[in-house]
Design a protein around this ligand. Structure first.
Ligand SMILES: Nc1ncnc2c1ncn2[C@@H]1O[C@H](COP(=O)(O)OP(=O)(O)OP(=O)(O)O)[C@@H](O)[C@H]1O
Ligand SMILES: [Mg+2]
Length: 266
């Protein structure tokens, strides 16, 4: 049974597109899964730009009657449905769920990137089996991001967890415990703000492909492993010092996600 997962936040620039793309890339290239990546940021789509796709037929066309099949482009092993930046026709965004449901049996995962716009987020949350809230570890972003979690609760869509992205200065930012206390949502991954992300963007290449041993790539791989139920590979130091990381809360949370226990309704 395909899992339809959406990366959401009511805050721009937190890393929704990055996380959707990198998770899709890792599921495909590290774990051999079949993934459909859908850009459901209807007004300001980015996936096509991230992957340098020339997309003539897009999700917008599919939402106004064209077969979705015609809007799928392959990139780095991922089947990608880009969206149109300047679509002039009428679209019914609430058809998203119906359209994607037809593709459930063809993929292991359907991953949806979303808009920070509240109204545009509603059809995405309606189409998803589970959402992951993306935030950075500051009060402004966390508070705004959690609005998406509240919307998911209203729509009865389970929350898979929080991804903390763009960690810059831990001394001046919320830590994992504070974030879990405030949000009441388990943290599934902690991702540093890394300068190599600029290179990945510039090369139109996922960081998980560009540099698989980068710290960002490694954390995304651990997150993706939990999503698809694979075990988390231990590195050399973890093998020598098995207890060093055993109390990392996000690792425990990922284990629950891996076992399918987490479906958080805040
Ligand atoms: N961990 C990271 N380290 C450094 N840069 C990052 C990281 N994650 C994302 N970025 C960069 O931050 C910028 C915004 O990321 P992204 O487009 O994924 O955000 P978004 O939430 O999808 O934004 P929007 O709401 O506008 O769609 C991009 O330039 C991206 O490369
Ligand atoms: Mg985006």
């Amino acid at each position: 049974m395909t899992n339809v997962l959406a990366f959401v936040s009511i805050k721009g620039g937190v890393g929704k597109t990055t996380l959707a793309l990198e998770t899709a890339s890792s599921l495909v290239n590290d774990f051999g899964k079949k993934v459909l990546l859908v850009d459901a940021n209807f007004s300001a789509p980015n996936i096509g730009l991230y992957l340098d796709l020339t997309n003539e037929i897009t999700l917008h066309d599919a939402l106004s009657g064209t077969l979705l099949h015609n809007a799928i482009y392959e990139s780095y092993g991922i089947d990608v449905v880009p969206a149109s930046m300047y679509y002039l026709g009428e679209i019914d965004v609430f058809k998203l769920k119906q359209i994607l449901n037809k593709f459930r049996n063809r993929y292991d995962f359907i991953i949806i990137d979303s808009s920070p716009n509240y109204e545009e987020l509603k059809p995405v949350i309606a189409a998803a089996d589970k959402i992951f809230v993306v935030t950075s570890p500051d009060n402004v972003t966390l508070t705004t991001s959690l609005k998406a979690a509240r919307l998911a609760k209203e729509q009865n869509t389970p929350i898979g967890g929080l991804v903390i992205n763009r960690i810059r200065s831990p001394r001046h930012e919320y830590n994992l415990n504070e974030i879990e206390l405030i949000s009441e949502i388990p943290v599934m991954a902690r991702i540093r703000d890394h300068k190599k992300m600029a290179q990945a963007l510039n090369c139109n290449t996922p960081i998980t492909i560009l540099d698989n041993s980068n710290v960002v790539s490694k954390e995304i791989k651990r997150f993706a492993s939990a999503i698809c139920g694979s075990s988390e590979k231990e590195n050399f130091f973890q093998k020598i010092f098995p207890f060093k990381d055993s109390f990392q809360k996000e690792k425990v949370n990922r284990e629950f996600l891996r076992q399918g226990f987490y479906e958080c309704q805040i």
